[in-house]
Design a protein around this ligand. Sequence first.
Ligand SMILES: Nc1nc2c(ncn2[C@@H]2O[C@H](COP(=O)(O)OP(=O)(O)OP(=O)(O)O)[C@@H](O)[C@H]2O)c(=O)[nH]1
Ligand SMILES: [Mg+2]
Ligand SMILES: [Zn+2]
Length: 344
Amino acid sequence: MTDASPEQRTALVLASLGMLEEPVVQFSARPGRVSIVHGTSAEVVWADELGLEKTSTCQFASNLNMSPVAGDWVSVRDGNVVEVSARRTTLRRPRPRGGTMQSLAANVDVVLVVVPIDRDLNLLMLERLAVMAWDSGARPVVVLSKSDGSTDVPERIIATKDAVPGVEVLSTSTTSGHGIEELRKLLHHGVSAVMLGASGAGKTSLLNAIEGTSEATRSVSRGGEGRHATSTRRLYRLSSGGVLLDIPGIRLLDLTIGQSGFEEAFADIVTLAQSCRFGDCAHDGDEGCAVERAVDEGRLAERRLLSWRRIRADLAIRDARERDDPATRSQTGSRPRRGRRRGP
Ligand SMILES: Nc1nc2c(ncn2[C@@H]2O[C@H](COP(=O)(O)OP(=O)(O)OP(=O)(O)O)[C@@H](O)[C@H]2O)c(=O)[nH]1
Ligand SMILES: [Mg+2]
Ligand SMILES: [Zn+2]
């Protein structure tokens, strides 16, 4: 590598951080990627003028265009982050205290929705995590963790596929190693992924199993709801070539839902709804409703329609809140919306 040019070395550093093709992202100074954010500074892995990899704690320039999060591509000058590149995908949730949306991770290709199956499958959690994942613009993959604790893994996989149609589903066990190789294959060179799931779902354990590392995990209390073992969002470069973001557990209450993710997650209902008599059909006793007819005729599981109504009601509440507060409006958005929008 001695005769590589600074540009070639820079490209190699960026590739190891998950950027295979150029120039997907524009940089106004030295290019890098945020691995952890601490308040007004961040740990950034970047390439210097010679194309050599550096890891530095960088302060944010006062006129920075947006607040960086783990996974952001940034421009570094004189030890400061001077620009955050436009995001391709953004995993977001409403802030715990209400109001604006909080970005959790940027520029991921895959969202691993981690749901444990050592107890009853939490379908509500699964569905909402999947909607949040779709909403990010990245591809969701469901990881049914702790498969060693389940006696009917194939059945759980079928139930999951029914709840989130069209999404790839894997099952894993960090004690037996089941499914870990499959996960490694998914996280190959050029892929950036984030793990999304409740506290105690086994996210950090998966990272440790993939890498043979020993990041802190914590046992789950008997009630099932683990206390947070992971407290920061951090990006890891994997030996399989991919990049993985470990984030603290998310609570059911915090799950965001957005219009595009909603439509992706309920594409079956969106399709059926094209035959409803009214464009703004609520599929709830409305005249000429094709979705309810499909339920009656056994072509659609009633549970799907019930979930659709529940999530749509939440979405309506959030939309109303956002209309009151323009600052909370979505800033993502290069991804085209599929399907019909609600209402005429
Ligand atoms: N039996 C079994 N236990 C597991 C498995 N994966 C994780 N665990 C246990 O589940 C507990 C929680 O795991 P963590 O990896 O800390 O969960 P987490 O999702 O990172 O939790 P937060 O960081 O709080 O969000 C730990 O006690 C793990 O040992 C598994 O595949 N099988
Ligand atoms: Mg963790
Ligand atoms: Zn209808």
